[in-house]
Ligand binder design. Structure first.
Ligand code: G6P
Length: 608
């Protein structure tokens, strides 16, 4: 996730671009840059680090002009560094980009064969080259961008500026957001509305497959195929604060709703949407590495540990390799037996958690291979690992992890399918069937999100409870743990997650009519056993809230049901966690807690 801004008007634009980027910094903050046209040439300025570094650089030596583009970066390809910061330049062209160009490797090969040289490790730089080739051959900037887009596969929002035209920007969108701001003799473009509000409240949302040319006079919008698009601006009435959260009351709620996109971005470039195949080169682990694996050890903390449990179940199931999931904070202090032949998968959204980092380092010193599954490019765990499988959830601001968790589930599911194929424990047919379902998951998640209002009603019914239990078996046991963690961390309701089979060994003693018991009952291999556990709860008058993909399953058992669409077993957690996140969110919000910054907790824990 990155932030884009563009301005064509009458004022000095560098301060306007910087201010816009400040409003977009939530989308990424590892480096930033601008390209400003001074009437004669393009001046590009970039800086690694937070936006203040770019601000300082521009204060020391300003760039002047009334047309420009800017970018704040959240690294996906290439580590955070000035040379990878946007804009990227080729000839007369400068480009900023948000998204992932899936076919960048083949395009880069082809461009190199034509003698083009690359100055960065990004996928974006190819876009600058492709547009430059077209304009050099005589195309207008608009047509050059159109011709370039036809060669790209993947997600993008781009803004392009040319040295040859001091008063025009060209923009395009596919799967990444882009919105135009209409002012009086001024046009802007940005990844999100807050960046525009200081200059315009009348905005035009671009749709996928559209490109636009903006000048002071207005916008010309067309589809890639060349059809004209007439779209009236809509008036934004949100306050700036509301706009930063995309209109949601809290970042957590916004991030819950961003999950389908986070999954799509995590799969992008690794699973082909067309033929549902896997792209092994993007998996962070080679076939040779796989051949030497005796055992897989997952190391993680908190929510990431719950994702690790999911990874462990799936890896054993699909790749038939012994796997364990360990709390990093425990692993370090018990003289673990680990070494050559062990693949350690360190799972961490921040990539900075002190315990996970130290545990992975210790395993590395003892000879294990380390694969990082992290969300932050260039983070400490990614740097020390032998290979990294990045989740592409974008920056997560709410302390309680939601979209990073489901992106981790998705990444670990891909890993399990990949290892299953490499080890030949998973047939091509079965892998194909799994991958075909995998690409449906984002849309199925969207249908779960549509039930938010109903989940809020259920939340209201348990609002004053002191305790809650969450039960699941098999793959759903990790979901039960995560559901309980979500509820306790943001609403301060005491909640426990249990493997269903453990109920009768203790927690059953707690059950009475006041106890909400959230039961995960998807139609899977553990359903029958789970139903017996739920009977035990009902027999003690427990208040059962059932997560089901088939309403009839819990008909006489549950006070409330939370519906998810049916899916194949490995993907159930990706859907069943969503109503639980929403349930926690609404309980917390209705109780009036500080949802995004719960008391005593931190987003990144760098102490042991
Ligand atoms: C903190 C955060 C959690 C997170 C855990 C592990 O407790 O509040 O949301 O799950 O750290 O963090 P990591 O960055 O390693 O995933």
């Amino acid at each position: 996730m990155c932030g884009i801004i563009g301005y064509v008007g009458n004022e000095e634009c560098a301060p306007i671009l910087l201010e816009g980027l400040r409003r977009l910094e939530y989308r990424g903050y590892d480096s930033a840059g601008v390209a400003v046209h001074d009437g004669t040439q393009l001046n590009v300025r970039r800086a690694a680090g937070k936006l203040t570094a770019l601000g300082d650089s521009l204060a020391r030596s300003p760039v002047h002009g009334t047309t420009g583009i800017g970018h704040t970066r959240w690294a996906t390809h290439g580590k955070p560094a000035e040379r990878n910061a946007h804009p990227h330049v080729s000839g007369d062209i400068a480009v900023v980009h948000n998204g992932i160009i899936e076919n960048h490797v083949e395009l880069k090969h082809a461009l190199r064969a034509k003698g083009r040289e690359f100055l960065s490790d990004t996928d974006t730089e190819i876009v600058a080259h492709l547009v430059d080739i077209e304009t050099t051959a005589g195309a207008t900037l608009f047509e050059a961008v159109r011709a370039t887009l036809k060669q790209l596969r993947g997600a993008y929002a781009i803004a392009v500026i040319s040295k040859r035209d001091a008063h025009t920007l060209v923009l395009a969108k596919n799967a990444s957001p882009l919105v135009l701001g209409v002012g009086d003799g001024v046009m802007l473009a940005a990844s999100d509305v807050p960046a525009l509000l200081a200059h315009s409240r009348d905005v035009i949302f671009l749709e996928d497959g559209e490109l636009a040319e903006i000048t002071r006079e207005g916008a010309r919008i067309e589809t890639l195929a060349g059809a004209k698009v007439e779209r009236a601006p809509v008036r934004i009435t949100w306050s700036l604060m509301q706009a930063e959260r995309g209109g949601y009351k809290h970042f957590m709620l916004k991030e819950i709703h961003e999950q389908p996109r986070a999954i799509e971005d995590t799969l992008r470039g690794r699973v082909s949407w067309e033929d549902a195949s896997l792209e092994p080169a993007e998996m962070g682990i080679s076939a040779a590495d796989v051949a030497g694996i005796r055992r897989v050890v997952f190391l993680a903390c908190g929510t990431s540990f719950h994702a690790a449990l999911h990874g462990r179940y799936l890896l054993e199931g699909l790749a038939r390799v012994p796997a364990v999931a360990e709390l990093a904070s425990e692993f370090r202090y018990r003289d673990p037996v680990i070494g050559a032949g062990d693949l350690v998968v360190a799972v961490s959204q921040s990539g900075e958690t002190a315990d996970t980092l130290a545990a992975a380092k210790e395993a590395k010193e003892r000879g294990a291979r380390i694969l990082a599954v992290v969300n932050v490019q260039g983070s400490a765990i990614a740097r020390m690992a032998h290979g990294t499988l990045y989740t592409h959830a974008g920056p997560e601001i709410g302390v309680a992890s939601t979209k990073c968790f489901t992106a981790q589930l998705a990444a670990l599911t891909m890993l399990a399918i990949h290892l299953g194929r490499c080890r030949d424990t998973l047939s091509a047919d079965r892998a194909g069937a799994l991958l075909r379902e995998f690409v449906q998951i984002p849309n199925k998640m969207r249908t779960v999100l549509e039930t938010a209002k109903h989940v809020e009603t259920v939340a209201r019914s348990i609002l004053h409870t002191r305790d809650a239990l969450f039960l699941g078996r098999g793959l759903s046991s990790a979901v039960a743990l995560e559901g309980a963690l979500k509820l306790k961390e943001i609403s301060y309701v005491h909640a426990e997650g249990y493997a269903g089979g453990e109920m009768k060994h203790g927690p059953l003693a707690l059950v009475d009519r006041d106890m909400p018991v959230v039961c995960l009952l998807p139609t899977d291999s553990t359903l029958e056993k789970m139903l017996s556990n739920v009977q035990e709860v009902r027999a003690r008058d427990g208040n059962v809230i059932a997560v089901v993909d088939d309403e009839t399953v819990a008909k006489d058992l549950a006070t409330h049901t939370l519906r998810i669409p049916p899916t194949l077993e490995p993907f159930t957690p990706l859907l069943s966690i969503v109503p639980l996140q929403l349930l926690s969110y609404y309980v917390a919000d209705l109780r009036g807690t500080d949802v995004d910054q719960p008391r005593n907790l931190a987003k990144t824990v760098t102490v042991e």
